[in-house]
Each structure stands twice: as structure tokens, then as C-alpha cells.
Design a protein around this ligand. Structure first.
Ligand code: SF4
Length: 184
């Protein structure tokens, strides 16, 4: 039964809002309107849903891959962060993990993989080689994968510990939550 909002107010309920439709809805809820209805921004909902449904594409080329495997296995369990499932198909992934040295020969392949991934997408550079070329200051290595594709989070270390990779995932999730989302 719909209750008059003024009556709800007398019973300790919410004050009338001045909007007849909203006041009617509050009345119909029997006074527990605020327990049933949550208001938020579309941006915040999109950010929340996207940050907890990341699908990784691991682009693994060198020794950092061992640490990446450790981070993905059951002991460290990236599944806890909603970022577990490597897809191995760029079209089904939205989080590119660049793990290891990128040579100039591999650069066009990395670019193609990035281009094939669905939007919106994010990139994590894992390890000194992916971040800056590491100690390979020579003509074969790309001095950082951000010379080829945009990078969202950089993970330092040679190699980085699995905890550092987990920290990068959490940092990326914070970034996704706070960024402006296009409603596609
Ligand atoms: S950062 Fe170190 S461990 Fe990682 S790929 Fe480069 S050389 Fe190997």
C-alpha cells in the first residue's frame, strides 16, 4: 500500500523530495526505499564492471615469462582480481601483458595483436625489457614497448616479482575505475 511521504517522515522515513513521481515511489516502497534503490553514475558502473572482467592476452617473449606464469598460477591467483583468464586470442582480450624483450622483428607482430584487440583495451609492460629495453642497448631491441603501442602501467624489475605483477593489476583496475568511459 502506498504511504503518504509526509507520514513516512513522521515515522522517521525520508523527507518528501518535492518530485511527485519520486515521492510516490518512496511511498510505495513502504519506507525502505533507500534499502532497495541505489543511485550512481553510468561512468562508475562501467568502470566497476570493466575493471573486474579483464581478459588478458599474454605477449610473452623472454625470461620474465616465468614470473608471469608464477603470478598466473594458483599460489598468487590473479583470479582474485577478476583478471585471470588468458585468452590467447586478441579479439577476445582487453588487457595486453607485454612480458619480455621486444625485438624490432617482433614489433610489427605486437602492433598487430594490439590493433586486433577489442576496445576499450589496456596495456601493461612487465619487466625492464618491456619497459625500456632493459640492458639490451643494441640494434636488435626496441627500447620499450611504448615506442610501438600506448602503455597504461609499467612494472619495473629484471624480472619483476609476481607480487609486483599483482600490484600492477590493482593499479590498472584503479585507473580503469577512475577513467572516463565511452558508452559504446
Ligand atoms: S627484464 Fe630481465 S628477466 Fe625480464 S625479459 Fe628482460 S632480461 Fe629477462
Amino acid at each position: 500500500m502506498a504511504l503518504d511521504p509526509r507520514l513516512l517522515r513522521l515515522r522517521g522515513g525520508p523527507a518528501p523530495t518535492g518530485d511527485p513521481a519520486l515521492d510516490a515511489a518512496i511511498g510505495e516502497s513502504g519506507g525502505d526505499f533507500h534499502d532497495k534503490v541505489y543511485t550512481t553514475r553510468l561512468d562508475a558502473v562501467l568502470g566497476w564492471s570493466r575493471k573486474f572482467s579483464l581478459f588478458q592476452y599474454p605477449f610473452v617473449t623472454a625470461c620474465c615469462g616465468m614470473e608471469y606464469m608464477a603470478a598466473s598460477a594458483n599460489h598468487y591467483d590473479t583470479d582474485r582480481f577478476g583478471a585471470a583468464l588468458p585468452r590467447f586470442s586478441p579479439r577476445q582480450s582487453d588487457m595486453l601483458m607485454v612480458v619480455g624483450t621486444i625485438t624490432h622483428k617482433q614489433a610489427p607482430v605486437l602492433k598487430r595483436v594490439y590493433d586486433q584487440m577489442c576496445e576499450p583495451k589496456w596495456v601493461v609492460a612487465v619487466g625492464a625489457c618491456a619497459v625500456s629495453g632493459g640492458f639490451y642497448q643494441n640494434y636488435t631491441s626496441v627500447p620499450g614497448c611504448d615506442k610501438i603501442i600506448p602503455v597504461d602501467v609499467y612494472v619495473p624489475g629484471c624480472p619483476p616479482r609476481p607480487e609486483t605483477i599483482l600490484d600492477a593489476i590493482v593499479k590498472l583496475q584503479e585507473k580503469i575505475q577512475n577513467q572516463k568511459h565511452e558508452f559504446i
